[in-house]
Design a protein around this ligand. Structure first.
Ligand SMILES: *Cc1c(COP(=O)(O)O)cnc(C)c1O
Length: 435
């Protein structure tokens, strides 16, 4: 399968080129040239298939031409070492829990898959011995990528994060790992970290000495595997007998997660429509209302993994719908919620339904409450474990939240990071010195 750039100014790429390159040379995002519709027999049998079987079939539709089946199945098996259960919350509303992976957020799925696929392509190529993955993080991406890539041969990971601006638990998830993971603690903001990474990618001298790549959500190998759990969720709803009119609500920041859902629907997954739930960063909602896309600086909120003022996957959504605002509006509606609404929702749902939401999942839940009709089944994506946002959640419910063992283990680890200023020359020297 070939991959083309959303900017249409770059040659098409092979899967290996798209995965190793990340962004297309014209700064566009890669899209698969074809999206296969899965046969009706797949959908009529799906409730009798395991998560692994379902995912292998979906993976084959995307990657079957480029990776031998045995290898692809192994990558899928390795990636999905945990479940993504659908849990009823109240009448008509179900939670798709995506926080049972090693770093307790949905990004584990995409990061683990991409790490293994990249590892495979490096092992196949004689000319590349080692790739250095650079990733700037404001929290969750760094932890998912670092843990997803931990111990994968041929890959070094450098995580840049703003000093003092990520939570303790997030910091511990990428500073305590060792092996092929290095954390760089930048005396600056998240934007500084991103600037350092971007400058590194275009620096000629660095690119002569190192094979640099990114692992952010624009990478096609992180995006597409996120469709697996939409199919698996549908299978579970079908088993419960409530899969007729499914509406999926996705708490969205960079819109990678919802884009994977839109791919699933394009492959025939019977989902009626989608809702994109935003925090106060509501660029997409404004687009739905006006047809005009206006990026803005991000605003800090309690659902901070969605504090995005220029969602990078918007270009892919446009592409999926032939750039038609009408068609996009027909399939996706949107809502945005303030910090107070999010916190009140966490408290209310905990009290009335004994279900503990994290601030992102709360946006998803609220989106369904606002947008669901009585004949529909609502599924929201619970994208992180509430214990990852302990301060906000404990304040909301006025009680303590038990921290899962996986997260506790990180807290017990010893932090190691490389201190750095926000000057590019210093970061560049550091990267060269690692050679
Ligand atoms: C990254 C993240 C999101 C946003 O996902 P996108 O794919 O960027 O839209 C939502 N919730 C949590 C917990 C996240 O980590």
């Amino acid at each position: 399968m070939k991959y083309y750039s959303t900017n249409q100014q770059a040659p098409t790429a092979s899967l290996a080129e798209a995965v190793i390159g990340g962004l297309a040379p014209d700064r566009g995002l890669y899209m698969p040239e074809r999206i296969e519709t899965l046969p009706t027999s797949f959908y009529s049998n799906i409730d009798r298939m395991s998560f692994h079987e379902i995912s292998c079939r979906v993976a084959e539709a995307f990657f079957g031409e480029d990776i031998p089946q045995e290898k692809l199945d192994a990558i899928v098996r390795d990636t999905l070492a945990f479940d993504t259960p659908v849990v009823p919350v109240k009448k008509g509303i179900y939670s798709l829990e995506l926080f049972h992976g090693p770093t307790a957020a949905f990004k584990d799925v995409g990061a683990r898959f991409m790490a293994r696929m990249l590892g495979y392509f490096i092992s196949q190529k004689g000319d590349i011995k080692e790739v250095t993955v650079l990733v700037a993080t404001s929290g969750d991406t760094g932890s998912a990528v670092a843990n997803g890539f931990l111990g994968v041969p041929g890959i070094q990971v450098v995580v840049l994060y703003p000093k003092g601006k990520v939570s303790d638990i997030q910091e511990k998830q990428f500073t305590t790992l060792g092996q092929n993971i290095t954390a760089v603690e930048v005396d600056g903001t998240f934007d500084d970290c991103q600037r350092l990474v971007k400058s590194a990618f275009v620096d000629e001298e660095l690119n002569r000495h190192l094979n640099l790549t990114s692992a952010n959500s624009i990478n096609i190998a992180r995006l597409l595997p996120q469709s697996f759990y939409y199919f698996h969720a549908y299978a579970q709803l079908k088993r419960m007998g409530v899969a007729d009119q499914v509406v999926v609500c996705v708490p969205s920041g960079n819109f990678g997660n919802i884009t994977a859902g839109l791919f699933a629907r394009r492959m025939g997954l019977p989902v009626s429509r989608f809702i994109a739930a935003n925090n106060r960063n509501d660029i997409f909602l404004q687009y739905l209302r006006t047809g005009i896309y206006t990026p803005a600086p991000s605003i800090a909120t309690v659902a901070n993994a969605m504090d995005v003022g220029d969602p990078s996957n918007f270009a892919r959504i446009l592409e999926l719908y032939g750039k038609s605002w009408e068609r996009i509006k027909g399939d996706i509606s949107g809502y945005s919620f303030t910090d107070e609404e999010i916190i009140r929702c966490i408290a209310r749902v905990y009290k009335s339904d004994s279900y503990l939401l994290d601030p992102h999942g709360a946006c998803g839940y609220l989106g369904l409450e606002q947008g669901l009709q009585s004949h529909e089944t609502g599924l929201f994506l619970e994208t992180a474990h509430p214990a990852k946002f302990l301060g906000t959640v404990e304040k909301a419910i006025e009680g303590t939240v038990p921290v899962p063992e996986t997260l506790q283990r990180f807290m017990a680890g010893v932090k190691y990071s490389v201190p750095m200023t926000s000057r590019f020359e210093e970061f560049k020297d550091y990267l060269l010195s690692r050679k």
